[in-house]
Write a protein of this length. Structure first.
Length: 245
């Protein structure tokens, strides 16, 4: 295998500044390290058959380029087997994928530092994604929560109202300040207040554990009831300000 180039299209020649690639070898056209790697790939194609590989090459302007390349043997009767290659420039796609990955990682960090419950779920009742606050508040692992319908964790008395909220979301309307109770791993329940918005069949939701607020309100109501009872008894003369001995 001598690596002589028999044909290269105009795009490749312009991209890499090749005035005339015909008759030149891979070693003539490319830097030594890259040429050595490509020649090894070419020889493998001629002995083993077609391959699809990703190739990284710097163009004439110094810009790194990425190609998805299909290399294949070309058998010609009465002649040595030739090697053909079709390379697709996927540089922009790779850059877009890298940018998307960076953005996804950024969103992941934001998603998981929230003290509130965040989730993406389906109208079908299945979580698509939840943040780590769920583990902290309910005690279940993320895998446990993801393996079941979220309705399985809702207090039985709140299931009907939760189904109504899901129906509202299915009709592409937001649900704001909806409250239900979720079962914790230890069997207790936490009061959860929701703000949810639908996007097609997907629900985006943020929720807050308001259990302590509910308990405080219940205690306040009890105290107020006790005060009213005391005032009622005082008005009836049941309580005296003091007793003389």
């Amino acid at each position: 295998y001598d690596g002589l180039t028999l044909f290269a299209n105009r795009y490749l020649k312009e991209l890499f500044g090749w005035q005339d690639a015909t008759g030149k070898t891979t070693a003539d056209l490319l830097p030594p390290e890259l040429a050595e790697r490509m020649i090894a790939d070419d020889r493998r194609v001629l002995t083993e058959g077609p391959i699809v590989i990703e190739e990284n090459i710097t163009d004439v302007h110094g810009k790194a380029r990425v190609f998805d390349t299909y290399k294949f043997p070309v058998a010609i009767e009465g002649s040595a087997t030739l090697l053909g290659g079709i390379a697709v420039d996927v540089t922009e796609r790779k850059l877009a994928e890298a940018a998307l990955l960076d953005k996804t990682e950024e969103l992941d960090r934001f998603f998981n530092i929230s003290v509130d419950l965040l989730c993406i779920a389906g109208i079908d009742g299945r979580f698509r994604r939840i943040n780590v606050a769920w583990e902290r508040i309910l005690g279940y692992s993320v895998d446990e929560l993801m393996s079941k319908s979220f309705l399985d964790f809702v207090h039985p008395d709140d299931v009907a109202a939760t189904m109504e909220a899901i129906a509202t979301l299915a009709s592409q309307r937001e649900v704001i300040n909806f409250v239900n109770r979720y079962r914790c791993r230890d069997g207790s329940y936490r009061w959860i207040e929701w703000r949810s918005a639908p996007v097609g069949e997907i629900i985006h939701a943020a929720a807050r554990d308001i259990t302590e607020h509910i308990r405080a309100e219940e205690e306040r109501s009890k105290l107020e009831a006790q005060m009213r009872e005391v005032q009622k008894l005082e008005s009836l003369g049941v309580l005296a300000g003091g007793i003389a001995h």
